[in-house]
Design a protein around this ligand. Structure first.
Ligand SMILES: [Zn+2]
Length: 301
């Protein structure tokens, strides 16, 4: 099954929710970044969170999540756009920790319990909207819920889960975000939190074969839910050879001359997806000649 997400509302549109299954997206990220088991969970939860935050974006808009904790994984960056294209990376993808005494992956320990969660929404305006909040536990779902409540003033229940097999493969991943909008009943947040506690973990729902619709219905059951549009989710990076050429062009002729003298070629690895681009010495020379001649910069498609 391909990953997708679904949006819905409940309680007369006073509650909105989005649920997603991201098993393949997180598995793709794991393969690209060769993440450790715990790093797969930390990056996977972050990617899933970005997908949830990206629900409802319009063409050209994007959202970026930066989890900057003091744990061994270092910074985690995850980005999603209006088409459900998700990409991201962790500074130290091979960092790992022993399981907790409850035999769970120690995501909080790997991320760190002190630090900041940053969310940047680029809505195509002059400047992006940026907010941040201190990390609560480093487990990411709780941190995102705290951010949404404090920085965006939207009480939210967030669940994120990644189940990693003994052979490191991603067995199940998904997420749920339920938000209480102005005008909802005063006890709506407490009610939703109680419901969320009664739900099985997201990883169990996904591993049992639940669809995003079923996860959404389980979370909103009895609240007159209305299931909305679905949209695809996939790990997909926007990098390309043209973008690499444009980036090299931006360095200027002198810098490229120095690079050519030192390396004999230009090699660029995309941090987000790990794809590697190599421009031969001749191709770099062509860029330098273009810069010296005042040719227009390479157009990005
Ligand atoms: Zn890339």
């Amino acid at each position: 099954m391909r990953d997708y997400m679904i949006r819905g509302t409940a309680a007369g549109e006073k509650i909105r929710a989005v649920a997603t299954v991201t098993t393949q997206t997180v598995e793709d990220a794991r393969i690209r970044h060769t993440t450790s088991a715990t790093a797969t969970a930390a990056l996977g939860r972050s990617l899933t969170a970005a997908a949830l935050l990206g629900a409802g974006l319009k063409a050209g808009q994007s959202v970026m999540l930066r989890v900057l904790g003091d744990g061994p994984i270092g910074a985690i960056i995850a980005q999603a756009d209006a088409w459900g294209r998700v990409r991201g990376y962790a500074a130290n993808p091979h960092a790992d920790l022993p399981e907790t005494p409850q035999r769970k992956l120690d995501v909080g320990g790997l991320v760190g319990r002190r630090g900041t969660l940053h969310v940047t929404r680029d809505l195509g305006m002059r400047s992006p909207y940026h907010g941040s909040a201190p990390l609560i536990s480093g487990e990411i779902a709780e941190d995102l819920a705290a951010y949404l409540a404090s920085s965006e003033q939207i009480p939210s229940v967030v669940a994120l889960g990644v189940l990693v097999g003994r052979d490191l493969h991603v067995l199940a991943a998904g997420g749920l975000c339920v938000q209480v909008l102005p005008g909802a009943a005063p006890d709506a947040v407490a009610d939703l939190e109680a419901r969320a506690r009664r739900l099985p973990p997201i990883t169990q729902l996904v591993a049992d074969g639940c669809t995003p619709e079923e996860i959404l219905t389980a979370a909103l059951g009895g609240m007159d839910p209305s299931i909305g549009a679905t949209s695809p989710v996939a790990f997909q990076c926007g990098c390309s050879r043209r973008r690499v050429e444009e980036m090299l062009w931006g360095l200027g002729a002198d810098e490229l001359e120095a690079l050519l003298a030192q390396e004999g070629q230009a090699e660029v690895t995309c941090r987000f997806c790990g794809d590697r681009y190599v421009l031969s010495g001749r191709e770099v020379e062509a860029l330098i000649a273009g810069l010296r001649d005042g040719a227009p910069a390479p157009a990005v498609q």
